[in-house]
Each structure stands twice: as structure tokens, then as C-alpha cells.
Design a protein around this ligand. Structure first.
Ligand SMILES: [Zn+2]
Length: 306
């Protein structure tokens, strides 16, 4: 791998089904179609999942990004991301949001990883209001444990969903439930399963560092603007990277952007900011290459052609 190869561990695959789900949530008060929602947001309405996959591929190529995790961002949308990875298996890794309170959650997770080839189960405990020590969550993590190469992504800390806010959809999330210490409890119970906490824990940095210190299978993604740093007076993203490198080392940080919609596309500014920060910290080229690409490839190996 060259020192400049970039992999993005955190992009959202906003499929037609995703927008249809948002439109349905807004009915009957708002206008009721995916096209209406996209028109209001001034975003492109995706056509088929295959077409959206090609749109993403062209975007990655334009920015010299090698691979990206694409997250199905509403429960029940596994098929959309599955279509994308089937089309470009060497370039995309499929993640999917799962609501562990759904009665079929373990069966759905099994099908997604064993049949559809997805590799990241994404839990949003604050959104779905299921505590991480709940048996229903354990059942889902057991699916990852039974399928090597599958990671569990757990959103912690502050949770805001920009698109919901812009559409006026209520977001009554329970912020107490996105607790990195509860992730640590699971990660210790399932040491063979890689866990990923996005956005350095989105406001829970100290707990993320503690959790990662005791759980070698806990990884952190660097995605988004990380504007949660404003909750701590004087905290800079450079200081966050510095602490994370000290505690986790360079092998457990996964670069990500949190890119999602078109025409905005891939968030190059996030990459440029974080690259500048990593360089300013005096990180070696080899360690920077791990953060910006190598660690992702190690967790999510490129599938070999049959
Ligand atoms: Zn995200």
C-alpha cells in the first residue's frame, strides 16, 4: 500500500429507500414522497442502489480514495448497501444500521452478514433506546462473533442526525445509552469481535480512552467535523488526536469523513484537516498510512475473487 492510499471508514449510503423511510416518518403532516424530501433538502434523489453505488465509486475515484465503508442508514435497508458491495466488492465495505429491539434483529443480522456479505453491524443505542447491557444487544453481537471479519459499530455520546433536524423530524434520543464504558463491557465479553466507536465518542472522549485502554479490540473512527470538541473548553481536534494516539496507538484509529449526500459528495475538507493534524503531531509516514488506510484494510480485508 502506498503512503497516500486513503480508506474512509464512515460514509452513509443514502438510498432511495432511506429517503422513502424519512418521507413516511413525516407523513401525514409533511409532503409524502422521497422526491419531495430530496427537493426540500436540495439533494439528489438517488435512482437505483446500483446507480448510487456507481455515483459513489466515481466520487471516490475523483478524490483518490481507495475504499469506503457505506452505512445503510435506516433499519431494514441492508439490501441497498448489499447491491453496492456486490457491484464493487473491492471498493466498498457494507455496514448497516440495526435496531436490536426488532424481534427479527438477530435473524436479520445473520442474513446481512452471512448471505449479503455486509461487515459492520451499526448500533445506535440512544436512538433505538436499547441499553448496551440488554440481552437483545448481546444476541446481535453474538452474530458478529459467529462470523469472523464482522465488526460492531456503536454510536456513543451526542447523537444528532442532520437530515432529521432539517426535515423537522423529532429525535427523542436517550443520550445516556451511548456509553463507551458499556461498549467496553461488551468488548471484553467478545474479545474476538472488533468494536468501532465513531467520532472519538462524540463528546465522551475520556470514557472512550478508558474503554480502549482496557479493550484491545476497541477501535475509534475519526469521522465528521468533530464539533463535539466545543463541549470541553479549549479542546482542539489536534489534542484529541494526540490523546488517542497516546492511548490507542496508531493501529486502532480509523480515518473517516461521515460523507453522505450528493451533490456535496466526499468531504475532502475533513481529510485535509485531519491529515494536517496528524502531520503536525509528528506522526511517521508509516503510522499516518495506517490511520488513513491500513487499519481499515486490516479489519476489512479485500474479498478475494472466487
Ligand atoms: Zn455518520
Amino acid at each position: 500500500m502506498s503512503a497516500t492510499a486513503i480508506n474512509d471508514a464512515h460514509c452513509h449510503f443514502f438510498s432511495a429507500r432511506f429517503f422513502a423511510a424519512l418521507a413516511a416518518q413525516r407523513a401525514p403532516s409533511g409532503s409524502g414522497t422521497a422526491a419531495d424530501v430530496c427537493g426540500e433538502l436540495q439533494w439528489e434523489l438517488p435512482d437505483t442502489s446500483e446507480a448510487l453505488a456507481d455515483r459513489w465509486l466515481a466520487e471516490l475515484d475523483a478524490h483518490h480514495v481507495n475504499r469506503a465503508a457505506l452505512i445503510a442508514s435506516v433499519p431494514g435497508d441492508e439490501e441497498s448497501v448489499a447491491a453496492a458491495i456486490a457491484r464493487h466488492p473491492a471498493r466498498f465495505v457494507g455496514f448497516f444500521m440495526l435496531d436490536p429491539s426488532a424481534p427479527d434483529a438477530p435473524a436479520r443480522a445473520t442474513r446481512a452478514v452471512a448471505q449479503l456479505g455486509l461487515r459492520g453491524i451499526c448500533l445506535f443505542p440512544a436512538m433505538h433506546q436499547v441499553p448496551l447491557d440488554d440481552e437483545r444487544v448481546r444476541k446481535v453481537v453474538e452474530v458478529a462473533a459467529a462470523n469472523p471479519g464482522v465488526a460492531v459499530f456503536v454510536h456513543c455520546g451526542v447523537l444528532t442526525v442532520g437530515v432529521r433536524r432539517r426535515l423537522g423530524l423529532p429525535s427523542r434520543f436517550d443520550l445516556r445509552l451511548g456509553d463507551p464504558r458499556a461498549v467496553a463491557r461488551l468488548a471484553l465479553a467478545f474479545p474476538q469481535v472488533p468494536f468501532i466507536i465513531p467520532h472519538f465518542g462524540a463528546g465522551t472522549l475520556q470514557d472512550v480512552l478508558m474503554a480502549a485502554d482496557v479493550c484491545p479490540n476497541l477501535h475509534v473512527d475519526t469521522s465528521s467535523s468533530n464539533n463535539w470538541t466545543r463541549y470541553t473548553p479549549g479542546l482542539t481536534l489536534q489534542a484529541v488526536f494526540g490523546s488517542a494516539l497516546t492511548v490507542l496507538g496508531p493501529g486502532r484509529l480509523l480515518f473517516g469523513t461521515d460523507s453522505s449526500c450528493f451533490p456535496r459528495g466526499w468531504l475532502r475538507g475533513v481529510y485535509e484537516d485531519q491529515k494536517r493534524i496528524v502531520d503536525a503531531l509528528g506522526t511517521s509516514a508509516a503510522d499516518a498510512a495506517r490511520i488513513f488506510g491500513g487499519n481499515f484494510d486490516a479489519l476489512f480485508t479485500v474479498p478475494v475473487k472466487p
